[in-house]
Design a protein around this ligand. Sequence first.
Ligand SMILES: [Zn+2]
Length: 95
Amino acid sequence: MGTNITPRCVNCSRPAESHIGEGRTCPGSAGLVGRHYQTMQLPSGLTCNDCQFMNFCHGFLGREGSETSCDWFPIKFVPDIAKFQKLKQTEGGAA
Ligand SMILES: [Zn+2]
């Protein structure tokens, strides 16, 4: 595997393994009640191109769209619904 950097939770800065139980709640998180494990990594298989903020991040931060992690803290990734609906339509096809 090599030089994998262990992703850390942006809420409590602990690795994923420290988050156990249902919903992966942040451990010992006084003041973080209800927080869950979260990293800057985008959901598996998605890139910045799939995000609603891509235009902004491309224009102001110079993101290319192929990135798989977010530069915002905490993560700001919001799937571009319009794009996904388009995908669904082209994939689904008419019966
Ligand atoms: Zn955490």
